[in-house]
Write a protein that binds this ligand. Sequence first.
Ligand code: NAD
Length: 278
Amino acid sequence: MSAGRVAGKVAFITGAARGQGRSHAIRLAAEGADIIAVDLCGPLSSVAYPLADPADLAETVRCVEALDQRIVARQADVRDLASLDRALREGVAELGRLDIVCANAGILSSGSLAELSVQAWREMIDVNLSGVWRTCKVAIPHLIAGGRGGSIILTSSVAGLKSYPNMAHYVAAKHGVTGLARALATELAAHQIRVNSLHPTQVDTDMIQNDIMYRLFRPDLEHPGREDFAAASRATGLLPVDWVESADVSSALLFLASDDARYITGSALPVDAGALIT
Ligand SMILES: NC(=O)c1ccc[n+]([C@@H]2O[C@H](COP(=O)([O-])OP(=O)(O)OC[C@H]3O[C@@H](n4cnc5c(N)ncnc54)[C@H](O)[C@@H]3O)[C@@H](O)[C@H]2O)c1
């Protein structure tokens, strides 16, 4: 068994094909964990930027195996309890246990609340809030059965603690995730299962590096680009950075997953360059 801050543990990660999810898989594997990775690997009707594809998930598998850790990867939709449950059961059967849960899968779309379509509202709540609930629902019985406690980390957002215009459905879903973490922390403490939420500011992934986000942050420009967005994004925080990297979020996630955080539960940890106190 390799040495590391989560050596010998098994982590279940949703949305693991790319972005923060892949980064979490790599960081936890580098610290000795085996990985159960799921991703939709396909489009959603209300999401205007491309989501991950099967080649992205295959790349996550390659990265984890290159670190000499095991990975069970499945295409599964967090909107579908049965597919999520099957993927996790197969992973636990192969890897033998479950210790860490990273409910990370998520989407972004935009529009004023009055303009948002019923479909956009439903899909947002179904993926970003109910998807997190389903992830916890399928995982908790494995954690309890293991009898060794565990760490559940729910990826919320700065938008889970403060509001932004033209994304009320995202803000509502992410506030819901913050509440879910607190409620679950209360419910699961007796099993030594800790539950915390993570609150990143803008992270340099495909979710934000696209026209929708550029227009959301720069409504003053007709054709805003990456540099225009960078300036507006930087202005949301205190530290002089345009955005944070997935690796920064993974560092916070690793801390919460590891025994270094053994008495931390019910917390909401920002990785926000100071955005929450501006
Ligand atoms: N990028 C940011 O600025 C930012 C900021 C704060 C919070 N977040 C949150 O971080 C999380 C990760 O986002 P990211 O930045 O890595 O973006 P990303 O788009 O690169 O990754 C999201 C992943 O989730 C997957 N996914 C989407 N719907 C799914 C579904 N129904 N079932 C299974 N998988 C699904 C996608 O295919 C993709 O691989 C999300 O919850 C997001 O809301 C992102």
